[in-house]
Design a protein around this ligand. Structure first.
Ligand SMILES: [Zn+2]
Length: 66
C-alpha cells in the first residue's frame, strides 16, 4: 500500500514509524536502528529501550514495548 519506496526494514504501527527522541533511532524489524524515514511517513516520537534504561533507570523494567 506504500509502494516499493518504503524501506522494508521499518516497523510500522498503523503507518506511523516510532523514533527515539533521544538517539534518533527508529524501530525496525531488527530492533532500534538508524534508518532514513521517508517524508511520506508520519513519525511518532518515543524512546527506545536502551535510552529508557540509561535515562530512566528508576522505571525499569520499561513499560514500553521493544
Ligand atoms: Zn534511543
Amino acid at each position: 500500500m506504500f509502494g516499493s519506496a518504503l524501506p522494508n526494514r521499518l516497523l510500522l504501527d498503523r503507518a506511523v514509524v516510532r523514533m527515539c527522541c533521544h538517539c534518533r533511532r527508529v524501530r525496525t524489524v531488527d530492533g532500534w536502528e538508524y534508518e532514513t524515514v521517508p517524508e511520506s511517513l508520519r513519525v511518532s516520537h518515543g524512546i527506545c529501550r536502551a535510552c529508557f534504561e540509561s535515562h530512566y533507570p528508576e522505571f525499569c523494567p520499561a513499560p514500553c514495548e521493544d
